[in-house]
Design a protein around this ligand. Structure first.
Ligand SMILES: N[C@@H](CCC(=O)N[C@@H](CS)C(=O)NCC(=O)O)C(=O)O
Length: 216
């Protein structure tokens, strides 16, 4: 069975867990407590030299980076449509995954860190207004692009969800707590609600002990 090393409260853990659940792939969840520093043990560092999660282990095969793990899981069910076979359709999904890593994930991460991790999880201080102002500019710029892309489409690349939808929607579980500035983004809110309604999404929220009520 596939082992997934994850810190379940993290959106990057959620990304890979929800995709596995949506595809009906059974996984062995290996929780790593980042607060206790469990990612820094020599055993884990041997699997993932970044000492970050998530990491996948399938027999002797080890893979880290959540977006690559998403592709690997989708490859186990090639007919699911989550990572299309057609080259251009596949590149469209890959393009949005790169956009996630380059723009969306870092923009959301500032809000998650300043408004959730720092004051609530680490209790290490108040949110930094300068970081939030800069983060806000980056978030609005990226959110505008995503909102426009979703206009007239059910999902990011068309009528059916792909791994890019799962990856990009994952941080929105924290929209309210992290105070993501989503007010002008009607399409993002509509699309996120449809992702959240998926049975696999609800199952994963429960697995990660996140609230089941809509947050965006
Ligand atoms: N680009 C990586 C990012 C992984 C990452 O930064 N994980 C964080 C938690 S969200 C982590 O494990 N941090 C532990 C640490 O910094 O010690 C991915 O998507 O897999």
């Amino acid at each position: 069975m596939i082992d997934l090393y994850v810190f379940p409260p993290s959106p990057r853990a959620f990304k890979v867990m929800v995709i596995a659940n949506h595809l009906g792939i059974e996984t062995n969840i290996r929780p790593l407590d980042l607060i206790k520093g469990e990612q820094k043990t020599p055993e884990y560092a041997a699997l993932n030299p970044n000492m970050r999660m998530p990491t996948l282990k399938d027999g002797g095969y080890v893979l880290w980076e959540s977006s690559a793990i998403a592709q690997y899981l989708a490859g186990k069910k090639p007919d699911s449509g989550l990572f299309p076979k057609d080259e251009r359709a596949r590149l469209d999904v890959t393009r949005w995954q790169f956009w996630d890593v380059a723009h969306w994930d870092p923009a959301c991460a500032v809000f998650l860190f300043e408004n959730v991790v720092k004051p609530v999880v680490l209790k290490s201080g108040e949110p930094d207004p300068a970081a939030l102002a800069k983060g806000g500019e980056n978030f609005e710029r990226a959110a505008k692009v995503l909102d426009a892309q979703l206009t007239g489409k059910k999902f990011i690349t068309g009528d059916t969800p792909t791994i890019s939808d799962f990856c990009i929607a994952a941080p929105l579980n924290y929209a309210e707590m992290a105070r993501l500035p989503l007010d002008p983004c009607r399409e993002i809110k509509r699309w996120y609600a449809s992702m959240r309604a998926l049975p696999a999404w609800q199952k994963t929220l429960a697995q990660c002990a996140l609230p089941a009520a809509a947050a965006a």
